[in-house]
Design a protein around this ligand. Sequence first.
Ligand SMILES: *Cc1c(COP(=O)(O)O)cnc(C)c1O
Length: 345
Amino acid sequence: MASDPVQSAEDMILLIPGPTPVPGRVLRAQSRRMINHRCPAFHELLQRVTAGLKPCFRTAGDPLLLTASGTGGLEAALVNTLSPGDRVLAVSTGAFGKRFADIAAAYGAEVSRLDVEWGLPGALVLVDAISGLLATALEHDAWGLDVTVAGSQKAFMIPPGLSFVAMSDRAWEASKRARMPRFYFDLEPARTSLAKGENPWTPAVSLVYALDEALAMIAEEGHEAMLARHLRLRDGVRAGCRVLGLEPLAADSCASPAVTALRVPDGLDEPQVRARLRGRYGVEIAGGQGHLKGKIVRIGHLGWVSETNVLQGVALLGQALRDLGRPVDPAAAVAAAEAATRGNA
Ligand SMILES: *Cc1c(COP(=O)(O)O)cnc(C)c1O
């Protein structure tokens, strides 16, 4: 960072909805030397991480590991279950809902994005839980979900490059009839290879090491504790930012434990707020997408994020707003954020 000789881009407080901060333990795990991905040590590693992914998805089945970002997992969910001409109802609440629908359309599905026609007999439920999994409750088996997709660089605390796909028995049945073209993302070879502890293609071995370590951290914290922490972080961000005059976009009743979108008040230039926060204070937050670009900022609080990080973020956002001429009180915002995180303890 130009203004601070001791702080580099790597030292930033990363409060964006992915990639999320990577713990030192995980970084060290992924720096190990390469091994053969067709050797007993890798077989054991893949079997261990697959076992560790099951409780994350709350499924008894084996989640499959793909070397791809989250979007690859979404593509796999669609091409393994659908055929061209199949009707898809895209229930979308944000920019990524549109992406899921766009992939379906690219493969020739009949996508309806508006009208909700519930109770389609035999309909499969495909869920984009890329940022949601481990940040908020999701029960793949108990909720009867058919394909659930997650990604590495969100609550899993590892770098981008892996996605995870859990399939129901119904989804596997559908995959026998599905006629969308597929090759790299064909899940049948992934399932067959997994029985031998392998991936069909060369996996991102370093990321699997990272996953192994991250799953150990997730088990140490505990699933319930991890979800509770995300709720505390969410409440802290919302309370602190409200004191700074930034209103959350979503109502409290449906607020996300992974990311908080906040309206930028009139008279403030959104890119200027983020530039000040990054350039002077070393805190990275995200802007809006699509029609909300320039109107909101998004603060990610998922994965390896602590209450201290959230308090730092709120304090420094307040300071940046003051620098830009807003009459705000960063100390009051920090106090409100701190009280709100305790409220959820
Ligand atoms: C991050 C994210 C994506 C995009 O995943 P990539 O890893 O960028 O391909 C899709 N959906 C949701 C909900 C996400 O949070």
